[in-house]
Structures are given as structure tokens and as C-alpha cells.
Write a new protein. Structure first.
Length: 233
């Protein structure tokens, strides 16, 4: 169990609590932990992370830079993703069986999300459309968009059932967000990879079901060099 410290760095304090919550995390449908994590992450910004991000970046051959904040604890993954310029984005992708949380720390971001259907619902939609065997497409319900500004304390929760498929796009120059996934990838021994999707509908309607095409991952990623937190002591 962790000791409390009077002069603890804010990010260490936040990550300690997240590690405690993650340690108790079970796939039991209880949602109480989401509220506390949302409150914790609302405090995260460049200042609490003790980092500085530039307002402009030179032309880079990548669409996104990413780096770990802390990764010695297999029960959660925490990282920062930074987009070098307007229009750079992470395309629609999922994190199966994981709870995802996004806190903007720089610029303006647009988060778009879809929810997968439950087993019976998906089977029904596939039967109705004669797509029972087509594994290159998946029906998903459009959840809408969130426009985030770096001054906003809002935390987006893309949980294991609602909004798990999401894209994130920078709308105003350099954009960045703190990303938390529970459980961490190590929990699955790499056996639960992301799937990438494409929605061909330009203006989807919230609550409607669309066929998403499964596409290969073609995102060009680079490394964001960060001072990784080695431990939470
Ligand atoms: Fe994601």
C-alpha cells in the first residue's frame, strides 16, 4: 500500500490512486470507478504533467507522436498523444474489453465515437441485411462527437461498451491528449489488438447504426520523448 506524502507531485498522486483503482478493477459491470477516474483526470494538464508542448512543430513525416507517462504497472497504460498540425488524426479504432479515458492537454480536439452492438443485436442486424458472414464490416451505433478545448476540464470516457470505437482529430494546430486505458495491454499478453475502422457516412446521425469497414492500420506514428515516471514511490 502506498504512503501518503505531503509534497507529492500532483501527477504521482493521481497515478497512485489510478493504480489502486486499477488493482481493484474487475469486469463486473460496476461503474463507480469511472466517476472517480474522471475527477482525477480532470486535473491533468501540461502543468500537472510537468511537460511543455510547442505551439508549432516543424513538418514531420508522422500524423501522431506518442509516449508513455508511466508504464511499470501492467494494470493500466497511460500515455500522451500529440498531433503535429491541424487535420492530423487517429482514425476510428477500438480497445476491446478496455476502459478508455481521454483528457485534452493542448489545442482543440474532436473526438468521434461509435458503440459496438451486443451479440444478439449485431446478429439481428446482420441477418436483416444478409451480412451474416461478412467479417470485413461491423455494425456500430453512432454516439456523436465531443469538441474539446485545452482549457476544458472535461474527460471523455470511452468505456468497454459505450463509445469504445473512436477517432481523435486535431482542429487547431498542435493538439495533444492524455490517454488512460484500464486494464493495460500487458494484462492481455498482446492478445487484444486494436481494430481500425472507416465510416463512409459523412454526417452520421446520433443513435443510428452504420456499417463500419474494417481497415488496416496505416497511421504514421512517431515517438514523443517524455520524462517517463519510473515508479510511484
Ligand atoms: Fe484509443
Amino acid at each position: 500500500m502506498f504512503e501518503s506524502g505531503a509534497e507529492m507531485r500532483p501527477i504521482i498522486s493521481i497515478l497512485r490512486r489510478i493504480s489502486q483503482i486499477s488493482d481493484q478493477f474487475h469486469f463486473d459491470g460496476k461503474e463507480n470507478f469511472r466517476k472517480e477516474i474522471t475527477t482525477l483526470l480532470s486535473q491533468i494538464n501540461c502543468k500537472t504533467l510537468e511537460i511543455q508542448l510547442p505551439s508549432t512543430m516543424p513538418p514531420l513525416p508522422v500524423q501522431v507522436l506518442c509516449g508513455n507517462v508511466y508504464r511499470n504497472w501492467s494494470k493500466f497504460d497511460s500515455g500522451i498523444f500529440a498531433f503535429p498540425k491541424t487535420g492530423d488524426k487517429l482514425p476510428l479504432h477500438d480497445h476491446p474489453k478496455m476502459e478508455g479515458f481521454i483528457k485534452i492537454i493542448k489545442g482543440k480536439l474532436l473526438v468521434t465515437s461509435f458503440s459496438l452492438l451486443d451479440f444478439d443485436e449485431e446478429r439481428k442486424v446482420r441477418e436483416e441485411n444478409g451480412e451474416e458472414k461478412n467479417q470485413r464490416i461491423r455494425p456500430a451505433k453512432f454516439q456523436g462527437t465531443h469538441l474539446l478545448d485545452e482549457t476544458s476540464p472535461e474527460v471523455i470516457c470511452l468505456n468497454s461498451t459505450t463509445g469504445n470505437i473512436h477517432s481523435i482529430e486535431s482542429l487547431d494546430g498542435v493538439g495533444a491528449f492524455f490517454d488512460l486505458l484500464i486494464p493495460g495491454y500487458d494484462q492481455f499478453d498482446g492478445a487484444v489488438p486494436c481494430t481500425y475502422y472507416q465510416c463512409n457516412e459523412q454526417n452520421p446521425t446520433v443513435g443510428k447504426i452504420y456499417w463500419l469497414q474494417i481497415i488496416p492500420d496505416s497511421t504514421l506514428m512517431g515517438e514523443l520523448k517524455l520524462p517517463i515516471i519510473p515508479n510511484l514511490d
